[in-house]
Design a protein around this ligand. Structure first.
Ligand SMILES: O=P(O)(O)OC[C@H]1O[C@H](OP(=O)(O)O)[C@H](O)[C@@H]1O
Length: 322
């Protein structure tokens, strides 16, 4: 039996999506690493480092697609210390800096993104993104009369979370089925979605169905905007790696009763898909509104990654924030 600690509890919550959303996953993981560090009793720095590596690996293995998770873990683990006390101080400071940096980034994205919204706009969103929501909320607080169309987002219905946020904020909201996206697009002025990862060529990895929304927007000549903090850019893609697409449990798609009825039925449940950069008009980050083609610059200059480091991280199985 595995002993439940605060860290394994957070890992379990990320795995079963009690904690979800790329940014929240990253902040929760950073907080869990800090708590883990502060709870370790040993005075032996080698043992301490080993236990922190174990904690890193437990959290790292929870969900494979959101790059914010390994970027947060790596940011917290960037310490060099000769004593356990110094290591604890550095880890706690790193975690706090990552969390407040992440919260500020979402706020900044709200401010920058709100400039893209005009009074009277109808905006479509997919899944539930706190970065996209920050844009809606800021625009609405500025007095812009907006209407947000939220997709249901099968199979986990994160659209309900979006609807709940929007309704609590007083923002006029319409809920649609995922299959109604193309039909509804003619009423839409702008699409805004979040991101789980942005690759070096500016393509977007986000909740499955995002690429279909982008295709429908492209066909209808509707702008497609992505809201992504820079820690969602993937340094390992600089090395040519692909972002792993999480395949989730078939029971999310079909209940056990029906699965038993059709024992030979195969079920595929990819949680994310890839929207090619040519369908993305703009990525709103905390350092500004950029074209997808600037992803290489964000990874290399803003995050400070060189090809050699990306290769090294690729072998180690992690991304980095800066
Ligand atoms: O960081 P924020 O903008 O909140 O969310 C970013 C993305 O995280 C979510 O993933 P999931 O529901 O955890 O699979 C969605 O794909 C969403 O677009």
């Amino acid at each position: 039996m595995i002993l439940m600690t605060a860290l394994t509890e957070t890992a379990e919550k990320i795995k079963n999506m009690e904690i979800r959303g790329a940014g929240k996953i990253a902040r929760s993981a950073a907080e869990a690493m800090k708590e883990e560090a502060l709870s370790i009793k040993t005075k032996d720095i080698k043992e301490f480092n080993r236990r922190m590596e174990d904690a890193y690996n437990i959290l790292y293995s929870t969900r494979p697609t959101a790059v914010s998770l390994p970027n947060a873990l790596r940011a917290v683990m960037r310490y060099k210390a000769d004593t356990v006390e110094d290591a604890k101080t550095a880890i706690a400071a790193n975690a706090d800096a990552f969390i407040s940096g992440s919260e500020n980034a979402v706020k900044k994205i709200g401010e920058i993104g709100a400039h893209r919204i005009k009074d009277g706009d109808t905006i479509m969103t997919h899944c539930n993104s706190s970065a996209a929501f920050a844009i809606f909320e800021t625009a609405y607080r500025q007095g812009k009369d907006i209407n947000v169309i939220a997709t249901e987002t099968r199979p986990r219905q994160q659209g309900y979370v979006t609807v709940d946020f929007l309704q609590k904020s007083g923002i006029p909201t319409t809920l649609i089925l995922d299959s109604a996206v193309r039909y509804t697009m003619k009423k839409v002025d702008l699409v805004i979605v979040g991101a789980d990862a942005v690759t070096v060529n500016g393509s977007l990895v986000n909740k499955v169905g995002t690429s279909q929304v982008a295709l429908a927007a492209n066909e209808a000549r509707v702008g497609f905007v992505c809201a992504a903090e820079t820690y969602k850019f993937s340094p390992r893609t600089l090395f040519g790696e692909m972002v792993e697409i999480e395949e989730r449990d078939p029971t999310e798609v079909l209940c056990n009763e029906l699965r038993a009825k059709w024992p030979n039925l195969k079920i595929s449940n990819p949680a994310f898909d890839i929207t090619p950069h040519k369908y993305i008009d703009m990525i709103i980050t905390e350092i500004g509104a950029i074209s997808p083609e600037m992803a290489y610059w964000v990874i290399k200059d803003k995050l400070g990654w060189e090809l050699e480091e990306a290769a090294e991280a690729s072998m180690r199985g992690c991304d980095d924030e800066n």
